[in-house]
Design a protein around this ligand. Structure first.
Ligand code: UD1
Ligand code: CA
Length: 482
């Protein structure tokens, strides 16, 4: 921590602590090439809006302040920031230079100013730290992050003199055929000396093919040394302008996430068919099988086997669980629980230790106590189930009466036979039993049997009489013709 890290955001620049860092994230662009109604910077990469990847990179510098230049007409950007950083409005989208020029006088500090574009989510925090360190060490007026790309199309090119010294940045639109052959590009990540930046910014002009105020033109206006730092991994500087690039970035980010999980002791049987969001945590020796997606704020414990073909969204799973071909959303699962195949656990499901949920079971907003089992095609909605309860095949809660949801309570060690229907609100006491095919419409006292089915009749000699009438054995209808 720096000594005066507490200086307020509106502190005048003259009293800035020496060397305090300001980060400015440019996020106001129109994003025309996305062809989207959603602001470009809110499109997610590995489950996190692009802008928040830039914010995370900024945080790694422990800056004095982070300013985010946004277009006030774009909905949702402010909400996505969730109070992080301070927004600066750019009402007209007149270019990256114009965007930075929206920073008001009281934020125009003399320390290092780091500029990031919010459409470059693959930038590693460590790269940004190195860039800032190099800037400080060299005392340059501007330090640019560059990269050599196999395909530099679309990026501003870094023009160098014969001796290799930095000369200029030329945008692709304005580049000559010869300049377009250059494969070293501008990343859009810069560190400026504040004292040099702000006066130079005033002098930017928009005399170019796009008629925009290019931030890149600042290299022609600053007084002092311009230094470049090349990043090894060209993926890091990928700018996302269209949905093809969005998909490319997604692929790179997902691979990074999987690599980190594997390094942390998680087995991913097939990384190509496994999709895990950035904020997911998975414990040691868990195995993730193919065609599985684990998204949102999910947490998986140790020694679990998840998949194949499972979807976990915003769910928490304890240790030693087995989840196969099932969907879980906003579900909490304790340890040693088995789920699936083919079950669906909806928001508010809470399974205690050792629960078994089998096939074709749907559970919503229900607590199932330790050691209980719901093994075959059941629906439990708004239920509170105790410990060591067995729910027989085909049993369901009728929790919705057409007007409101009602609760079913089933206490410890109750034995629920097949095809029991609970017409909620209703309670079943501990150690009670329901007979198969019972419709439970009133509370069942502890230890008792509820039986509510029509008495069975026997009709003697029925089969023979029927066959005689048709003068044949019954036939199968046969395989339908396509
Ligand atoms: C920019 C650079 C280019 C670089 C490339 C790297 C300029 C002129 N060009 O080009 O040299 O190789 O990024 O990806 O800077 N923005 C605003 N307000 C605006 C315009 C843009 O806030 O008026 C924001 C956008 O939201 C975006 C960023 O600035 O996050 C970059 O803008 P974009 O139009 O994508 O620039 P590029 O053409 O990709
Ligand atoms: Ca871009």
């Amino acid at each position: 921590m720096r000594a005066n890290a507490s200086a307020g955001p509106s502190e005048p620049s003259s009293s800035e602590p020496l060397g305090s860092v300001t980060v400015v994230v440019l996020a106001a662009g129109r994003g025309v090439r996305m062809n989207s109604r959603i602001p470009k910077v809110l499109h997610p990469v590995a489950g996190r809006p692009m802008l928040l990847w830039s914010m995370a990179a900024a945080r790694a510098l422990d800056p004095q302040r982070t300013l985010v230049v946004t277009n006030p007409a774009q909905d949702g950007v402010q909400a996505a920031l969730n109070g992080e950083g301070q927004t600066v409005a750019q009402r007209e989208q007149l270019g990256t230079g114009h965007a930075l020029a929206q920073v008001s006088a009281d934020h125009r500090t003399s320390g290092p100013v780091v500029v990031l574009y919010a459409d470059a989510p693959l930038l590693r925090p460590q790269t940004l730290r190195t860039l800032l360190a190099e800037h400080r060490a060299s005392g340059a007026a501007v330090t640019l992050l560059t990269a050599k790309l196999d395909n530099p199309a679309g990026y501003g090119r870094i023009v160098r003199g014969r001796n290799g010294a930095f000369r200029d940045i030329v945008e692709e639109k304005d580049a000559s055929d010869e300049q377009r052959q250059i494969n070293e590009v501008n990343s859009g990540v810069y560190v400026f000396n504040g004292r040099v930046l702000w006066p130079a910014l005033q002098k930017l002009e928009n005399k170019n093919r796009a008629g925009e105020y290019y931030l890149t033109d600042i290299v022609r206006l600053v007084k002092g040394k311009i230094q470049t730092v090349a990043v090894q991994d060209g993926d890091e500087i990928m700018g996302i302008n269209d949905r093809r690039q969005l998909a490319q970035a997604e692929r790179v980010m997902r691979q990074r996430i999987l690599d980190a999980l594997m390094a942390g002791g998680v087995t991913i049987t097939d990384p190509n068919s496994t999709f895990i969001d950035a904020d997911v945590q998975i414990g040691q020796d868990s195995v993730i099988h193919p065609f599985t997606t684990i998204t949102g704020q999910s947490v998986v414990g140790e020694d679990c086997v998840i998949g194949p073909m499972s979807q976990l969204r915003d769910s928490t799973i304890g240790d030693g669980c087995r989840i196969e071909r099932s969907h879980l959303e906003k579900t909490r699962v304790a340890s040693n629980v088995t789920i699936g195949p083919f079950s669906r656990l909806r928001p508010g499901t809470d399974l205690a230790d050792g629960v078994h949920v089998g096939t074709h079971t749907e559970i919503k907003n229900s607590r199932i106590g330790p050691g209980s089992a719901v093994p075959h095609f059941s629906y439990l909605g708004d239920a509170v189930v105790g410990a060591n309860v067995n729910i027989g095949a085909g049993s369901i809660t009728a929790n919705w009466d057409g007007f409101q949801k009602n609760v079913t309570e089933i206490s410890d060690r109750a034995y629920i036979s097949c095809d029991t229907i609970f017409v909620a609100p209703v309670r079943v006491g501990s150690d009670a039993t329901t007979a198969a095919d019972t419709v439970v419409t009133k509370d069942v006292p502890a230890g008792s049997l509820a039986i509510g089915r029509p008495e069975m009749k026997i009709v003697e000699g029925y089969t023979a009489r029927r066959r005689a009438k048709h003068q044949a054995l019954p036939k199968n209808p046969g395989v339908p013709k396509p």
